[in-house]
Design a binder for this molecule. Structure first.
Ligand code: ATP
Length: 245
């Protein structure tokens, strides 16, 4: 059984088809990237996989749980980091993490240790008692990722994880995500329109455009299948040059 299994997923917003019958699976411990231009259907797919949105049709399982009928089981077994900052600016880093831990029923006696360890991993332990409103965008994203791991999820979903971050924070997060995979067998599903991001951290990439998967494979397989030398060339070959709205 894959960590994520998707069969013929469709999502319509009224008459507009945002996701048009996609199928794929992600193995446990794999880093899988959904790479696509603006409006491709990446965020819509991620919201369906994380039970935020209802699909129009399709069979979707995450950690073996059906996203329509076992919502709570899915939610308990995943961590999700969306594009928008979802931290409470008026609370400290520690309090934001603690709040999330309580919500996810982390045993009370384990909370302090887990928070400290995760804050240490993202190099923000010394700032744990500072208010989030004093943090930079990159620091907030690091806290969000640490927070998303507090209940030891089996699958981590990241929507454009490094959008708007500087090169140092991007490199740090890419390395951190790879470390998580190596050391805890975490499965990672991320959306991105950053070719570099997909190439640097994903084990496999699905190129999605106009609601459909154009190709799936490793970076090397995609280059071979498209007869190109770089992911950028493959991407443009598969998705064309037209600007998306
Ligand atoms: N609530 C909604 N109502 C109507 N249309 C929507 C809604 N949400 C998204 N769409 C449309 O569905 C399509 C896919 O959007 P989605 O946000 O999934 O794309 P994306 O690949 O994540 O793009 P981006 O990289 O720009 O975030 C877009 O054309 C978008 O305008």
């Amino acid at each position: 059984m894959g960590a994520i299994e998707v069969e013929n997923l469709k999502k319509k917003y009224h008459k507009f088809t945002a996701v048009d019958g996609i199928s794929f699976s992600v193995e446990e411990g794999e880093i899988f990237a959904f790479l696509g231009p603006n409006g491709a259907g990446k965020t819509t797919s991620l919201k369906i996989l994380t039970t935020i949105l209802h699909p129009t049709s399709g069979n979707i399982r995450v950690n073996g749980y059906d996203v329509l009928h076992k919502k709570n089981d899915v939610r308990k077994s995943i961590g999700v980091i969306f594009q928008d900052n979802s931290l409470d600016d008026k609370l400290t880093a520690y309090e934001n993490m603690e709040y999330h831990a309580v919500l996810y029923k982390v045993p009370k006696e384990e909370i302090r240790e887990r928070v400290d360890k995760l804050l240490g991993n993202v190099e923000l332990l010394d700032r744990k008692n500072d208010l989030i409103k004093t943090f930079s965008g990159g620091m907030k994203r690091r806290i969000e990722i640490a927070r998303g791991l507090i209940h030891t999820p089996k699958v981590l979903f990241l929507d454009e994880p490094t959008l708007g971050l500087d090169a140092h924070t991007r490199a740090f997060l890419w390395e951190y995500i790879r470390d998580l995979k190596e050391n805890s067998n975490l499965t990672v599903f991320l959306t991105t329109h950053n070719l570099d991001e997909a190439e640097k951290i994903a084990d496999r990439i699905a190129i999605i455009d106009k609601g459909q998967i154009q190709t799936i494979g490793t970076f090397e397989q995609i280059k071979k299948m498209t007869g190109t030398n770089t992911l950028e060339q493959a991407f443009l070959k598969l998705t064309g040059h037209e600007i998306r709205n």
